[in-house]
Design a protein around this ligand. Structure first.
Ligand code: SF4
Ligand code: SF4
Length: 442
């Protein structure tokens, strides 16, 4: 099969060997569960429980406050201990519900009740997915029900399942495809009922050919196919994936639906299956715990709300003093300075590296080598964008199409002068958005 891809991008070392052959293991949490009210893109939720209330596993504890927002459910049974601001992996402090875990995991009525989902119509499917509080589990956190409800659903001709998992080290989607491929395929069939003119393409990088072969073997619907993609970063970026599979292009002012596509992640599709077929809201997710400073790298199915500390203990802790701990992939993740932080819907992994893995090269002046230019999948000019950002020339940053930056980190990765390019673009984009909100920019 001909491999599809996009132009430019980079080829970082995959380092998936630490956990690729580690089956998903369930961690039964014993610690208190903490639920930040904002763990999705959109408006924060509103608590529907008060301090002292008893809650059950699968119970709604915070409800969405607008269409672009997501319900939150408890993964444990116990008592609401507090509702207060809590530090999160993003570095922000967010109002959160804390539940004292009684370790009984008593379920709310109807939890896990199987349904004949083949009989559900479009509205019923969407309603169940919306209620279940599902978001993009690849890390973006965009509410899935919003993605699945474009203005003109009949114009969607591609449902794309993002199975690229292009970030180095991560293997949770890979393991899900191997171990829960049947749920993935059934989940796709459910989602295809929302788009009568669409077919589904599962895009998988060619470093996961056994997952590809497994899915090809079990797919029993002619509207679903698998497409091998060249293993290249950031192949799993929404724009890169759409380009590789359909040849169509979108920019920052467009939605995938403007190109006739809807893109969902592997884990989110399985979560949709559980919501529609089994009445199970989003209360668990799989994380990869890996890196050369981790004693027993693994893939863990964990309760959302449990602590990163608990996950690290399950992985045997650190085998030395780690030089760097990261939440998310090494390219787009955020550095952690403490580990007693709650797992949220968007937590995809914990990476811990020794000094050997974290090369400490001092930043120096740009040598105009052009490598960042050759790496950028958006065909931007990072060295000029950084000069504009450093000098607070945000008009110039926009003229250079800086707002099209997807913050993938490819330019930073290849820069021999170790310039903090991506960091600088995140800052400049935030400033432009602030100015737009104030009405200083159109
Ligand atoms: S971070 Fe932005 S500028 Fe750098 S390579 Fe990615 S898209 Fe291009
Ligand atoms: S890769 Fe780094 S040194 Fe080379 S042009 Fe880009 S910013 Fe300058």
């Amino acid at each position: 099969m001909k491999l599809k891809s996009f132009k430019r991008g980079i080829h970082p070392k995959g380092n998936k060997q630490y956990t690729a052959d580690k089956p998903i293991k369930e961690l039964v949490s014993t610690c208190d569960a903490t639920y930040p009210l904002s763990q999705h893109i959109g408006a924060p939720c509103e608590p529907v429980v008060a301090i002292g209330d008893e809650v059950k596993k699968g119970q709604l504890i915070a409800k969405a406050t607008s269409f672009v927002s997501c319900n939150i459910f408890s993964a444990v049974s116990g008592k609401v201990k507090d509702i207060k601001p809590v530090a999160t992996t993003s570095g922000e402090t967010v109002q959160s519900i804390i539940i004292e875990n009684d370790g009984k995991f008593e379920e709310v009525e109807g939890f896990g009740k199987q349904e004949d989902y083949t009989k559900f119509d479009r509205d019923e499917i969407l309603e169940k997915i919306q209620y279940a509080g599902i978001v993009g589990l690849g890390g973006a956190g965009f509410p899935t029900h919003v993605k699945l409800a474009p203005k003109e659903p009949d114009r969607i001709d591609y449902l794309i399942v993002n199975a690229a998992e292009c970030e180095p080290y991560l293997t949770s989607d890979y393991r899900l495809m191997l171990e829960k491929g049947d749920k993935l395929v059934e989940g796709i069939k459910i989602l295809l009922k929302l788009f009568k003119n669409a077919k589904c393409v599962i895009g998988i990088e060619n470093n996961k050919t056994d997952a590809y072969k497994h899915l090809v073997e079990i797919i029993d619907d002619e509207k679903i196919e698998c497409q091998l993609l060249k293993a290249k970063y950031p192949q799993g970026g929404e724009r890169m994936l759409i380009k590789a599979i359909t040849g169509r292009e979108i920019n920052s002012k467009m939605l995938p639906a403007d190109a006739g596509t809807v893109v969902v992640n592997v884990a989110s599709t399985i979560a949709c299956y559980d919501a529609v077929a089994n009445n199970i809201p989003l209360i668990k997710r799989v994380l990869t715990i890996t890196g050369d400073a981790i004693t027993n790298p693994c893939n863990l199915l964990v309760s959302i709300g449990c602590s990163h500390k608990e996950l690290l203990e399950e992985a045997g802790g650190f085998n030395c003093n780690p030089e760097k701990i990261v939440s998310g992939g090494p390219m787009m993740g955020t550095a952690l300075f403490e580990i007693d932080l709650p797992v949220t819907k968007t937590s995809s992994s914990i990476l811990a590296f020794t000094k050997d893995e974290v090369a400490k090269v001092p930043t120096s002046a740009c040598i105009h080598c052009g490598r960042c230019l050759g790496a950028c999948p958006e065909k931007l000019v990072p060295q000029l964008m950084m000069a504009a950002s450093d000098n607070s020339q945000f008009d110039e940053f926009e003229k250079l199409h800086g707002m099209e930056c997807i913050e993938c980190g490819s330019c930073t990765y290849v820069c021999p002068a170790k310039r903090p390019l991506t960091q600088s673009f995140k800052y400049a984009k935030r400033e432009v958005i602030k100015q737009r909100k104030k009405g200083e920019k159109k």
